[in-house]
Ligand binder design. Structure first.
Ligand code: NAD
Length: 448
């Protein structure tokens, strides 16, 4: 079976490389020429553990190739998957479907034989139907069910563990009204039968909703534990013990119960906003999700305020060392990371900010990307190591729980910091225990 992935980003590239590993013939298409040129030379444009060797293996086996020529790729394929971005539309939070619709039109123009057009991007309910309409409008002689079919197959991989998530998913969701298209997609996922991956087959509408419902629920779980953390702080509770106490209840489960600075990334913030908009558009309300989005934005600025309040005992000049820029470890993705809300607040208050992230540090190539992505990062001083960032800082803030921050030499940290006032250590990921941090004024999230 020949498959084309349109959009070679986090989802398209990982899916393409994994499908090639399963034995299918894959072409990854992108309109970004620089990205495709780099991939052809074996250079991976994103950071994702294990992806470089998987892509190299795919290229070597001749089952994985890259092109900007969508037409030729689609013409030769039985299945075409749309994996382009669906960012938040400026102003209203709706999912911006410009890239999906453009891809659908480009695909329609290229289809040569019966093709299943699959939406892998996260899209609002009704989008598969829209994709079918675009194909019919572009090729008026095309009949759905004969020349093409559409299906929804949302992707659930997480950045940082994307390959394992793709190869060993909790479930695969296939949404189509057509038996032939369903059979073809089931064949695509046959390699997962061996590990007994559940396949949820449904109509496109339910499939599209499943993706938003899953992300909405997970975002809600994070916001819930963050609110419990605030309550613990006011009452003398310990949110980590609370999370364990509730998480052991199988109806609740222990995952996604880590209190922190609010969720970020390329999915939860935009997908919760889009879910609220989808509900409103259809004359109903997801008020829980509305509140989750609002609360999460406030959470990020509250965390900046916590730093500012904690620093009020300090005399100017103040320097804060931020450890971790990305929204979670093992990814280079900066989209909606809490750091990008917190750092500008500190700068606005005349705080000097130094930053170290294992993927964004002084002298690394990726830094230009970060600075072009977020203007305020021009004003921070990027360091070459965590200890370098900490030098003369009045406060250290852990924003991302990268492994290399888990065993910092606290003697050294303390010595390097500005010791004119009690050094402040704000552990927004609860990596450390208060007992081992007695040298500092230590703040852990949700520790009363
Ligand atoms: N990133 C994740 O962890 C993740 C997980 C699950 C689902 N998703 C969803 O998957 C979709 C893709 O996300 P992503 O993070 O991979 O996006 P991305 O921004 O990393 O990649 C999208 C790619 O599509 C390309 N593109 C856009 N229009 C195109 C066109 N007409 N033809 C060819 N290429 C085109 C862009 O150049 C870009 O390289 C989104 O809907 C997202 O919500 C993302």
């Amino acid at each position: 079976m020949k498959i084309t992935l349109v959009g070679t980003g986090y989802v398209g590239l990982v899916s393409g490389a994994c499908f090639a590993e399963f034995g299918f013939e894959i072409t990854c298409v992108d309109r970004d020429t620089a990205k495709i040129d780099a991939l052809k030379q074996g250079k991976i444009p994103i950071y994702e553990p294990g992806l470089d060797s998987l892509v190299a293996q795919g290229i070597k086996s001749n089952r994985l190739s890259f092109t900007t020529d969508l037409k030729t790729a689609v013409k030769a394929s039985n299945v075409v998957m749309i994996a382009v971005g669906t960012p938040s539309r400026r102003g209203d939070g709706h999912a911006d479907l410009t890239y999906v619709y453009q891809a659908a039109e480009d695909i329609a123009n290229a289809i040569a034989g019966y093709t299943v057009v699959v939406t892998k991007s996260t899209v609002p309910v009704g989008t598969s139907r829209q994709v079918a309409e675009i194909i019919k409008k572009t090729r008026p002689n095309f009949i759905e069910g004969i020349h093409f079919d559409v299906a929804s197959n949302p992707e659930f991989l997480r950045e940082g563990s994307a390959i394992n998530d793709f190869m060993r998913p909790d479930r695969v969701v296939i949404g189509t009204n057509n038996a032939k298209a369903c059979e073809i997609l089931q064949k695509l996922y046959r390699p997962l039968y061996l590990i007994e991956t559940p396949i949820v087959s449904t109509n496109p509408e339910t499939s599209e909703l499943i993706k938003y419902a899953a992300n909405g629920f997970l975002a809600m779980k994070i916001s819930f534990i963050n609110q419990m953390a605030d309550l613990c702080e006011k009452t003398g509770g310990d949110v980590q013990v609370l999370a364990k106490g509730i998480g052991l209840d199988k109806r609740i489960g222990g995952k996604f119960l880590n209190a922190g600075p609010g969720y970020g990334g390329s999915c939860f913030p935009k997908d919760t906003r889009a879910l609220s908009q989808i509900a409103e558009q259809h004359g109903t309300k997801c008020s829980l999700i509305d509140e989750v989005s609002t609360y999460n934005e406030k959470r990020k600025s509250d965390m900046a305020n916590r730093i500012l309040i904690a620093l009020t005992d300090h005399h100017a000049p103040k320097k804060v060392a931020i450890l971790g820029l990305t929204f979670k470890p093992n990814t280079d993705d900066l989209r909606e990371a809490p750091s990008l809300a917190i750092i500008p607040e500190l700068l606005k208050n005349d705080i000097e900010v130094s930053v170290y992230d294992p993927l964004y540090f002084k002298g690394c190539e990726r830094l230009n990307h970060a600075i072009s992505f977020e203007e305020s990062l021009k004003e921070v001083c990027f360091s070459a190591s965590a200890y370098d960032a900490i030098k003369n800082a009045a406060c250290v803030v852990i924003l991302t729980e990268w492994n290399e921050f888990r065993a910092l030499d606290m003697e050294k940290v303390c010595e390097l910091m500005d010791n004119t006032v009690a050094p402040l250590f704000m552990d927004f990921r609860n990596i450390y225990r208060a007992e081992e941090m007695r040298k500092f004024r230590y703040y852990g999230v949700g520790k009363g």
